[in-house]
Ligand binder design. Sequence first.
Ligand SMILES: Nc1ncnc2c1ncn2[C@@H]1O[C@H](COP(=O)(O)OP(=O)(O)OP(=O)(O)O)[C@@H](O)[C@H]1O
Ligand SMILES: [Mg+2]
Length: 560
Amino acid sequence: MSSLPTQAGGVPVLVLKEGSNRSRGREAQHGNITAAKVVAESVRSALGPKGMDKMLVDNFGDTTITSDGRTILDEMDIQHPAAKMLVEVAKAQDNEAGDGTTSAVIIAGELLSRAEELINKDVHPTVIIDGYRKAAEKALETLEKIAMPVDLKSQDFLKKAATTSMGSKIVAEYKDYLADLAVKAMLAVTEKQGDVYKVDVDDVKVEKKTGESLRDTALINGIVLDKEIVHSGMPKRLENAKIALIDASLEIEKTELDSKINIERPDQIEGFLKEEETMMRDMTNKILASGANVVVCQKGIDDMVQHFLARKGIIAVRRAKKSDMEKLARATGGKIVSSVGDISPSDLGYAALVEERKIGDDKMTFIEGCKNPKAVTLLIRGGTQRMTAEAERSIHDALCVIRDLVQEPKIVPGGSAPEMEMARVLRKCAEKMPGREQLAVRVFAEALESIAVTLAENAGLDPVDILSELRTRHEKGETWAGLEVLAGKVQDMSKANIFEPLSVKKQIIKSANEAASMVLKIDDVIASGKMKGPPTPPGGAGGGMGGMGGMGGYPGAGEY
Ligand SMILES: Nc1ncnc2c1ncn2[C@@H]1O[C@H](COP(=O)(O)OP(=O)(O)OP(=O)(O)O)[C@@H](O)[C@H]1O
Ligand SMILES: [Mg+2]
């Protein structure tokens, strides 16, 4: 029965709408945990430099190839509400830190999986949640302790961290070259305000164009628009550009009302056309009067206006993106005007050079030497569209890692060294803890160790051997001992130059713990008739994906 049947004198009292699903207590927990575990399982094989990539096909048949945790989960059309919470973890991680999404989801999945074992042993979820909270606090404290402050004056560590983040992506072959560009780009847009540095990833414009190879990716000192100059009669290159940024259509606007004009004589038509021409000439003259020699328009430009502008030797670009207009305004010091009549010389932006260049099969407009030197564009090149798309995602991770380090200049080693150290400290803490919370802290440590296990598994190494070696070396005080998967052995990660920002690791712990606790707190799932209810899987943990066609297709979905 789907609604809440309460027997009152033999008459069922319907509380919920017909067709609603409800599951409670263990059943609800089991369903939620299993769904979340399946999601975590699906990204597991993508972790680390030896991780595999996923090919995701959407409803329209478009494919994405990626190893980025957030992208994988975004592209999978996940329906189960608890599974969606893990997607939220990836999103939170991506928004806060930009990297570490796969790790956060894996740890959240492990925390839930191990919590279920404890629930089966009659440990109450609130005790587990409390234990996890204490463990997370201690883990964060440990991270702070092992982190090493870095001096931003030398770009060394920025580059090493950016290289590490790209080392686990398809672009790994070119990681050094790309990391170098990413560091240069971010430093170009970094501002010092008093004692703190401020930097925004969005200030680096990223454009991609298929063709050539990743090696030809370039950093341009200015803004690149993926637009060509509108008219063939316009110059293709202009120095000392005075740029008008217009957010209005340079066309004769059609009236919204349908109207009819009766024309009786040919001269009336002529008068009509003349009037239109005058209006367009007027627009052109207003632009000319401002002293502009380049026009970037967010809307369309009429053929006749193009022609008039071309005759005056003015460059024009139409249908620029709103975000590009904003970047241009910041870069060139210009103001975006929404009416042609309003342009004044003080609204114009300045750039040393505006030039159209052929990139691959297309033409792009380069606006270089802007008034504000803090304007840069990374132009990504790559053999196929899928390659440039994945390169864009990987470069985004690297830019975020650099931002994280600039804002909090502390690094930790990679290759699961910090996770192993946190696990060691937690186990020691657990010894002193009373009662059942101790169990929760211990499983928290195991969940952290799953990063080492997964890195080893993905690299085809024996996870048991690796884990025991890592544990022993951490016991001996080798805080920075981690698994270098490219060499296939446990070593001091500082010697392997695998570094990550402290803030990424801290965020992983926070996001994973929050999500796990949220799922654990739920003991009642009520799904309205319209929604497919959360599945109650038939017995035990369900590893593997069980088909990628959305979690709604999980065995037993909506069957209770
Ligand atoms: N050479 C290496 N040897 C061992 N571990 C490495 C190496 N390079 C990176 N790692 C580790 O790989 C993990 C990162 O893998 P990956 O980039 O695939 O996932 P993520 O950063 O958690 O998520 P995403 O990048 O998808 O947002 C980190 O734990 C990092 O320390
Ligand atoms: Mg990463």
